[in-house]
Design a protein around this ligand. Structure first.
Ligand code: FES
Length: 186
């Protein structure tokens, strides 16, 4: 009865006895196995390190609403929703902010907290002013201080429009000319 033997690819003597074609085949197979192991271990590891950063970036944006909801020239109070999925028992945290549709695809998104000591301002449409309930702070429709102790205009959100939906990002300060003057939580 004929006996058959197979070469052990891990045995150097056996490997040297392989034909060149067979050696190439063995090295291709070993390379493929190594690549598969690297992928199996490496992909979850990369995801483990990359996901928190992606989630932070995702959490940075709040969904404000369809731009069609905001009439040009009007200021509306909105409860914006974070994009990150909320898991029971956590409630979806909503963030109140004011939106001014300035026309031409431009918006001003105002932080609701007065720049004095943080009381939530209220928009009074007939007066055309934001009023702080605490110390007489008053702001115009562009957020500029017109009365009281607030040291600077209302802070604003960076924003973006994607597929007709308005999103609010980080809060920033503006100077008297309404120019960017630094991130709120720098
Ligand atoms: S908190 Fe608004 S004026 Fe003081």
């Amino acid at each position: 009865m004929a006996s058959t033997t197979t070469a052990d690819p891990h045995d150097p003597a056996a490997t040297q006895s392989l034909t060149p074609a067979r050696r190439r085949f063995v090295s291709v197979v070993l390379g493929a196995i190594g690549a598969a192991i690297a992928a199996i271990v490496g992909v979850p590891l990369a995801a483990f390190f990359a996901l928190p950063a992606l989630r932070r970036a995702e959490r940075r944006w709040l969904e404000v609403g369809s731009i069609a909801e905001f009439a040009e020239g009007q200021i509306a109070k909105v409860l914006a929703k974070p994009l990150a999925a909320q898991v029971w028992p956590y409630e979806t945290r909503q963030v109140a902010l004011y939106v001014l549709n300035q026309g031409g695809g431009k918006f001003a998104l105002y932080h609701i907290h007065c720049t004095h000591v943080g009381c939530p301002v209220r928009w009074n449409a007939p007066a055309g002013r934001f009023f702080s309930p605490c110390h007489g702070g008053v702001f115009d429709r562009d957020g500029r201080v017109v009365a009281g102790p607030p040291p600077r205009p209302l802070d604003r959100y960076e924003y973006k429009v994607d597929k007709g939906v308005l999103y609010a990002g980080r809060v920033y300060r503006v100077n008297e000319k309404l120019e960017f003057a630094g991130w709120h939580h720098a």
